[in-house]
Write a protein that binds this ligand. Sequence first.
Ligand SMILES: Nc1ncnc2c1ncn2[C@@H]1O[C@H](COP(=O)(O)OP(=O)(O)OP(=O)(O)O)[C@@H](O)[C@H]1O
Ligand SMILES: [Mg+2]
Length: 256
Amino acid sequence: MLFAVGSWRGAPGVTTTALALAESWPGPQSAVVLECDPRGGSAACRFLIPGSRTVEALASAARHGGDARLLAEHTRTTSAGAAVVTAPEDGERLRPLIAVLAKPGGLLATVAADSEAVVFADCGRLDPRDAETCAVLARAESLILVIRPVVEHALGLKAALGRIRELHPDVGLVLVGSGYSPAELTWLLELPVWGTLPLLPTGAASRVVDRLRRDHTQAGFREAAVGIGDMLIGRRLVAGVAPHAARTATGVGASA
Ligand SMILES: Nc1ncnc2c1ncn2[C@@H]1O[C@H](COP(=O)(O)OP(=O)(O)OP(=O)(O)O)[C@@H](O)[C@H]1O
Ligand SMILES: [Mg+2]
């Protein structure tokens, strides 16, 4: 299973959300965050994740393909136990590595078709002109669009709905913080809301992974992240398969 996580504008909390979803994944699988923001990774620096494994080594090992086991061998672990494949802060170094992983028949196509694997690809701010982002999205079964439910983000998204629908056919919103209600946003944007993560007190978000371990009741944050995971699992059960499993497994729709 491969879920892309991204934003349309601003920095609403994509990386924080991807880490929280992986850390709180309610299924039996170990969930992994793969940093593939073409503007560069931030998790290693932000969360002071120890270790030296990076996406460079993964892409090198996965030149001719790869699977969930290879991915797991290249993860670093946050203090709360979330597995992350960290990326260099320099996005220009990262782009060719993303292209290797997302190519037809590549590692992302394999893990996308593997129900024992759960990967959240942190795509950062989405730009349809980024070939690497489009390649990752072509493998993903769903796009989790993270927004702050405030007027600037909502209107920006409304103006871009056509482009967003071209990026992926299965898009759902995760709201960070309060503002418009899920019902209001669904009415305004005609996109489903898959969950809401509360806004943590200032200063807490950068330590959110620690928080998840220390205080599972922190503003209901962990419960909210578990709820989103439950919803993603439930959607697959209802559909019988991943909404776009065939598409991702065959590479149909891939642009790179
Ligand atoms: N649930 C939250 N509660 C409080 N603050 C949050 C939350 N999620 C994210 N933040 C804060 O918002 C800022 C941006 O978070 P994050 O880096 O996760 O966003 P992003 O969308 O990945 O940004 P970028 O596009 O720069 O990578 C950080 O200061 C982070 O601590
Ligand atoms: Mg980010």
